[in-house]
Design a protein around this ligand. Structure first.
Ligand SMILES: Cc1cc2nc3c(=O)[nH]c(=O)nc-3n(C[C@H](O)[C@H](O)[C@H](O)COP(=O)(O)OP(=O)(O)OC[C@H]3O[C@@H](n4cnc5c(N)ncnc54)[C@H](O)[C@@H]3O)c2cc1C
Length: 383
């Protein structure tokens, strides 16, 4: 039990768990093989009201607090498919959050209700082939032409980048200003000049990661999210949430991996004994379980502070840094306990190991987390 979550939130968790067990988990292996989460998965999530938990009721959501969003991240961390979790949370925590927090009424009215039902899927397109960590260095331009923006540029590594219905594109509206000249614009997938290529990757197989070309894409200026040239600040603000979500999922993935490994250790014998009797392995599990427990408490502290509206940029960077690095360590050590079977696809620890590897890269690398934390604790910088 967590000190933070309420009884109602735990009931929500239970219904989400039941839903995942019945509707999602039996299909995950197939979706991993097919390298794609099918559309009906979002729609099923939408039917259950899970996609819009913290979206206001006016726009089709349930108007609940961030704790429910956090529970989604935690439960998706336990599906043993980083790609599936990314596909759903890429829509909820990246695309939808920008609409809910920063867009005006008309955009919200157009995009949020269908995003809540899962009829429309969104993605966030910030990263470019020559600018990932350095968000201010993006080159995609949106040039004003009367009541339209003409967008030109390319994006890469975009989660839901191939099959989504709309893209939230970061583009320079004032190339002279560095970070201050970026805006966020919603672009419909079927707009002329938008094309996408699916990338082959090490893990996250159930999620489509796309490279996107934007060639003379003509979008009404009313598709601007919030104010012109404020995109960088919106992205920085939402990074805290994205990093917290990644930390929550990474931590529950660790818990799940430990449970799975203990089960295996209780079945596997070597030298006439169950392998869970070997002290070296017992101590390894004890160390990892301790670190995971500590991580959970830190996460829940931040969820509480975030829900109360406190500024937690530093804490979210710290959590993301610690949880994703811990996940790499837990997956490596757990896989080791499976011996040769850990290397086989038949055992999900192989997938969990490779999916974990994205954690220290996506949503800002560990090095960038350290940069942020160092500036905040050493140079008195505030974000
Ligand atoms: C599967 C996947 C899904 C993704 N989904 C999305 C998405 O939905 N939307 C989106 O916009 N992006 C997405 N990304 C992009 C992701 O956010 C970037 O890959 C990440 O921010 C790193 O950028 P980069 O790949 O350009 O690496 P680079 O910025 O080129 O970094 C390369 C190396 O240099 C280090 N480095 C860079 N700058 C510094 C510095 N100042 N100090 C110390 N070290 C530094 C980095 O830590 C890294 O080790 C995704 C990426 C992947 C792989």
């Amino acid at each position: 039990m967590s000190f933070y979550y309420t009884e109602e939130q735990e009931l929500f968790r239970k219904s989400l768990q039941d839903f995942l067990k019945k509707e999602i988990l039996p299909n995950i292996d197939q979706w991993e093989e097919e390298r794609q989460t099918p559309r009906f998965a979002w729609q099923k999530f939408g039917d259950m009201g899970f996609l819009g938990v913290d979206v206001s009721e006016e726009y089709g959501g349930s108007g609940l607090d961030f704790g429910y969003h956090a529970i989604m991240a935690e439960e998706l961390g336990k599906t043993r498919s980083g790609g599936f979790g990314a596909a759903i949370m890429g829509h909820v925590s990246l695309a939808m959050v920008y609409l809910e927090r920063f867009a005006g009424h008309e955009i919200k009215q157009k995009y949020l209700p269908k995003s809540c039902t899962g009829e429309w899927i969104g993605c966030l397109a910030v990263t470019e082939p020559h600018a990932g960590s350095d968000v201010a260095g993006i080159q995609t331009k949106a040039v004003r032409d009367g009541d339209y923006y003409i967008i030109n540029g390319s994006k890469t590594f975009i989660t839901n980048g191939v099959y989504s219905d709309y893209l939230i594109v970061a583009a320079k509206t004032n190339p002279e200003m560095k970070s201050g000249g970026i805006s966020l614009i919603v672009v419909d997938r079927d707009t002329e000049g938008v094309s996408a290529t699916k990338l082959k990757k090490l893990g996250w197989h159930a999620s489509d990661t796309g490279e996107i070309a934007l060639q003379d894409v003509r979008v009404p200026v009313t598709n601007l999210i919030g104010d012109e040239n404020m995109g960088f600040y919106y992205i920085m603000q939402n990074f805290a949430l994205e990093r917290l979500v990644l930390s929550l999922s990474a931590t529950t993935a660790c818990e799940d991996a430990l449970g799975y490994t203990l089960q295996y250790m209780n079945e596997r014998k070597a030298f006439g004994r169950k392998i869970n009797k070997f002290q070296v392995l017992r101590h390894r599990i004890a160390q990892l379980a301790t670190e995971v427990e500590r991580m959970k408490i830190f996460n829940h502290n931040i969820v509480k502070a975030y829900s109360e509206g406190q500024m937690v940029v530093k804490e979210c960077a710290m959590a993301k840094l610690m949880a994703t690095e811990l996940s790499d360590k837990v997956m490596t050590e757990c896989l080791q306990c499976f011996g040769g079977y850990g290397f086989m696809e038949e055992y999900k620890i192989a997938r969990m190991f490779r999916d974990s590897r994205l954690g220290t890269i996506g949503g800002g690398t560990s090095e960038i987390m350290c940069e942020i934390i160092a500036k905040m604790v050493m140079d008195d910088v505030n974000y």
